[in-house]
Design a protein around this ligand. Sequence first.
Ligand code: 5AD
Ligand code: SF4
Length: 360
Amino acid sequence: MDTVKNILAKQELSKEDLVVLLNAGPEDAALIFQKAAEIKATYIGNRVHLRGLIELSNMCAKNCLYCGIRRENKSVERYSLSDADVETAFQFAIQNKLGSVVIQSGELSSLAFIEKVESYLRKAKEMSDGKLGITLSCGEQTEETYLRWKAAGAHRYLLRIEASNRELYNRIHPNNLLHDYDRRLTALTSLKNCGYQTGTGVMIGLPFQTIEDLADDLLFMRDFDIDMCGMGPYVEHEQTPLSKYNSMLKPVQERLTLTLKMIALLRIIMKDINIASTTALQALADEGREQALSAGANIVMPNITPGIYRNKYALYCNKPGINEEAEDSKKNLELLAKRAGCEVVYDAWGDSKHFIFSKV
Ligand code: 5AD
Ligand code: SF4
């Protein structure tokens, strides 16, 4: 078997190589993180771009078995931000020069929802003279809806594949058309066809998930030629069906290290994409998000949802920042980026270089 050092010197990594790297012990893992940091410095620089995260609504038509806001969780108090709340969040992003926002929501496909999102996109553009960058993360929709939202101003879209292994996907979702693996793939392809910078990602440390699955997840992202990635650890939520497998989970520290390795390896195999340091990382460890920046991530997402709604968007337990307001979240992430030795870039979209280069 090749040593980690030899593998890291290769131009192209195979599934076997990735498995060896994902299994690497602490000393070898340090080499992986170092290599990812070098690649990030060369292709991206030590810059971090911000995305103000707006959690638009926790209403969701879906029932993903891992998610705290799944439709059948009756203990969730449902909300949708008011128009005024959304405008306040846009205003905050503009005034604080965040450059971009992410509008995230539970998945709904009603015309009312589609129109609402469209109107917010137009509002954001109007309020900022077209300057605010907008990423959407509102689930699987038809190509027509994706085009409609694109025409209204969205230019990036995040839709996680969650688990690229079809069997694993089926184990963590109900078995019906609303949660169909092929439908998810079709939606991801539609996003590319519509000209979005397309992002995907997976959860790391799921019950039943193997190291081989994670290696395949990395290859899936490479072969799909994504522009951006948001991936994070699976964090259990007691009010979900998947929590009955909690005893199968890897310990927290192991899940954290595995997530950091996934980020580093993705940076190594997809040098110029945008990779987010996700909130779930911090649910596992206070320093989780800055460690991700050191391991290759270049995007952070201060939550700018009004504080009173934050505990209601609880996808998993121990979600950080539920007692913060937009101002606190922004300051905390700025400090975090500084601790990771990164320079925060203001007033810029921070588009995926991978996407930009693929168009020239
Ligand atoms: N742990 C970690 N991530 C989760 N998500 C949903 N539930 C969980 C959980 N229990 C993630 C999914 C989804 C995104 C909005 O949140 O990957 O795509
Ligand atoms: Fe809904 Fe997304 Fe949660 Fe699934 S993961 S239940 S689609 S909010």
